[in-house]
Design a protein around this ligand. Structure first.
Ligand SMILES: NC(=O)c1ccc[n+]([C@@H]2O[C@H](COP(=O)([O-])OP(=O)(O)OC[C@H]3O[C@@H](n4cnc5c(N)ncnc54)[C@H](O)[C@@H]3O)[C@@H](O)[C@H]2O)c1
Length: 180
């Protein structure tokens, strides 16, 4: 059995991802979402009685909870959609963006690394931590132009700065610790 820990799976993109994976026949999805103003559990209503989908209301920054979920369900991959995601809100109140996008991602990485380090060699190699970024980390485009994955980071808002920070943390956990 392959188990995904999807974070932010009651949000816009995470919710669509959960629907897609369920349609594709996922073995099991553990869906961890804090249900902020942006989370809508009704989008997951059709999975309420489906044992392949386990919804947990909680914070990616709760290491005790995340550690428990990783080992209890023997997770094979983490897909991190959880974020504060609206630029305008980040201008009015950046603290929540730092809390979830920066500290929350750090905490999730730390939990994943602790769990992953204790796996046997073949499961350790197969494990994945997939972090969802945003084009906004590359700055702003005019009426034309494009970004590529090698464009230099140039975040312009508190939102994009917090997402850029989280990207750098994920990159560093790969290069420093080998977290796949
Ligand atoms: N929507 C876009 O246009 C877009 C574009 C590019 C990248 N992204 C990125 O994709 C990801 C998903 O975006 P979205 O549009 O679905 O966002 P969204 O705001 O619709 O959903 C975010 C979800 O995360 C949950 N959440 C927030 N803080 C949490 C925490 N601390 N712990 C657990 N859950 C928490 C919310 O309850 C919500 O369900 C984000 O990382 C975002 O930066 C979004």
């Amino acid at each position: 059995m392959r188990t995904l820990l999807v974070t932010g799976g009651a949000g816009f993109i995470g919710g669509n991802f959960v629907h897609l994976k369920m349609q594709q026949g996922a073995d099991r999805i553990i869906n961890l979402d804090k249900l902020t103003y942006a989370g809508n559990p009704d989008t997951l209503a059709e999975f309420r009685d489906d044992p392949r989908h386990v919804f947990i209301e909680g914070d990616i920054g709760n290491q005790a909870l995340v550690g428990h979920l990783l080992s209890e369900y023997q997770v094979d991959a983490v897909v991190n959609f959880a974020a504060e995601s609206h630029v305008d809100r980040s201008i009015d109140g950046p603290a929540a963006f730092i809390e979830t996008n920066v500290l929350g991602t750090f905490s999730l990485l730390d939990s994943a690394k602790a769990y992953w380090s204790a796996l046997d060699a073949s499961r350790r190699e197969a494990f994945r931590f997939l972090h969802v970024s945003t084009d906004e980390v590359y700055g702003s485009l005019g009426p034309s132009g494009k970004f590529t994955e090698t464009t230099a980071y140039a975040p312009n808002s508190p939102y994009s700065a917090s997402k850029a920070a989280s990207d750098h943390l994920v990159r560093a956990w790969y290069h420093t610790y080998g977290l796949p």
